[in-house]
Design a binder for this molecule. Structure first.
Ligand SMILES: Cc1cc2nc3c(=O)[nH]c(=O)nc-3n(C[C@H](O)[C@H](O)[C@H](O)COP(=O)(O)OP(=O)(O)OC[C@H]3O[C@@H](n4cnc5c(N)ncnc54)[C@H](O)[C@@H]3O)c2cc1C
Length: 416
């Protein structure tokens, strides 16, 4: 069924009796060409682009819970391509371009909203770093504008410009950045993949990876064994656990990242604003709640709930940037498990076992990458080789030293 205004009008007239489920709920087949483990945004996008770009539709996405129950449905929905390093910038800009046509491509309203992403700075050194990043982006053909304090004040007059510790001196703006509704992205990719023949198997946890003569032959699941020629692992914070099933140890740590939503208020913040002096990013949802977050929790965990020290740090940053938020109530908070890599950049690569492929290391920046991650991972699986756009995102860079250290923080996940 194609969604359109005419369809909407017709269904309104006949009592909405004609809508069909957005995707099927099939039984697992015994054998697939490709199994994608993980029904987050990246896994579903991988399946979609395998079918659309490479004609490989004998594919199943295996999800242990329900699709979107992981980080895909827990993030703060920010999309942008304001990266600096050559191994990253072209990839994230490709993602931004895919976002720009995504809703037409998927025939699904993912509420992509290019409302602008503004990164504030409070020191001269931070201004220099922002100018350098902006110049790097422009050299790659990506939009970037360096704003002074007066220009920021005209856009966001409610910020605390004269904060004694963190005076706002300006910001780096990417107007094409913004937000997208995270669970609608998941549903859109699921529906579009299903329409091309992909099986989406929910409540299907992978419990083992079968390997014969050095080659992957399938997986064991809570719904029985499933055979496959190729298996792609796209399980975010659970990457190390899945890789261990194949005898691999990854350069990944799992940490909780929390997010918060305030009670709904009248329209106040019409873009995304981030505050680098402390660590804070904030936007306002279409329902009116302020959506915000900060750093990861300091220690490793698989628990999808956060801890109080980070709550305190995030609220402090809120008070420094927007003191009026002190009068608002937080109505919800939650956590997701981040796959923190040792240089802060992702891995999209073949594993050192034939037929096994890895997609991980997104840290807390993987939502914006969803379309390009699926696009590049599909290419890597289909062609058995990386695309130019993910050529630098190799697993062996941690052995060769060809790191993509975007934040210059080195192997310190809590600093990325
Ligand atoms: C609070 C928070 C805020 C964030 N904010 C942003 C942001 O503003 N912008 C941004 O770009 N990024 C953000 N991120 C990061 C982004 O959400 C992730 O990097 C991205 O969603 C990860 O890819 P995914 O969607 O495929 O992961 P997930 O949705 O986590 O998908 C992985 C799936 O694998 C499944 N799985 C795990 N183990 C198994 C198994 N054994 N068998 C079968 N299935 C399994 C899980 O259930 C899960 O559904 C944020 C993350 C969090 C938690």
């Amino acid at each position: 069924m194609t969604y359109s205004f005419l369809r909407l009008a017709a269904e309104a007239l006949r009592g909405n009796a004609g809508w069909t489920p957005a995707w099927r709920d099939p039984e697992p087949k015994r054998q697939y060409d490709v199994l994608v483990v993980g029904g987050g945004g990246h896994g579903l996008a991988t399946a979609y682009y395998l079918a659309r770009e490479h004609g490989i539709s004998n594919v199943a996405v295996l999800e242990k819970g329900w699709i979107g129950s992981g980080n895909a449905g827990r993030n703060t929905t920010i999309i942008r391509s304001n990266y600096l390093l050559p191994g990253n910038e072209a990839f994230y800009e490709h993602s931004m371009q895919l976002w720009e046509g995504l809703e037409q491509d998927l025939n699904y309203n993912a509420m992509v909203s290019q409302r602008g992403v503004l990164n504030l700075f409070s020191t001269d050194a931070a201004r220099d770093a922002a100018a350098r990043r902006g110049n790097g982006m422009r050299l790659h053909g990506v939009d970037a504008e360096l704003l002074d304090a007066a220009q920021v004040r005209a856009m966001h007059p409610y910020l605390d410009f004269d904060n004694a510790r963190f005076p706002i001196k300006g910001g780096l703006l990417q107007r094409r950045g913004g937000t997208a509704r995270h669970d609608a992205v998941v549903w859109g990719f699921a529906r579009a993949a299903d329409r091309r023949g992909v099986d989406i198997l929910q409540n299907c946890e992978v419990t083992g990876i079968t390997i014969s003569n050095g080659r992957v032959t399938g997986v064991d699941t809570t719904r029985g064994p499933i055979g496959a020629n190729k298996v792609g692992l796209v399980v975010a914070g659970h990457s190390s656990r899945l890789a261990a099933m194949a005898g691999l140890r990854l350069p990944i740590e799992s940490h909780v990242l929390q997010a918060f939503v305030s009670e709904a208020i009248k329209p106040l913040i019409d873009g995304v604003v981030t505050f680098g002096a402390e660590h804070l990013y904030i936007s306002q949802s279409d329902k009116g709640g302020l959506v915000f977050g900060g750093d990861i929790d300091g220690y490793n965990s698989y628990a999808q709930r956060g801890n109080l020290p980070v709550v305190e740090a995030v609220m402090e940053a809120c008070m420094a940037m927007l003191p009026m938020l002190g009068r608002l109530r937080v109505v919800r908070s939650w956590g997701g498990i981040m796959d923190m890599s040792m240089d802060g950049s992702p891995i999209i690569d073949r594993a050192p076992i034939d037929g096994l492929y890895l997609n991980t290391g997104w840290c807390y920046g993987g939502f914006k990458a969803t379309p390009a991650s699926g696009w590049c991972f599909a290419h890597t699986i289909a062609k058995d080789a990386p695309h130019r756009l993910n050529a630098a995102m190799r697993l062996d860079r941690f052995a060769t030293g060809a790191l993509i250290d975007e934040r210059g923080a080195g192997p310190t996940p809590n600093k990325h």
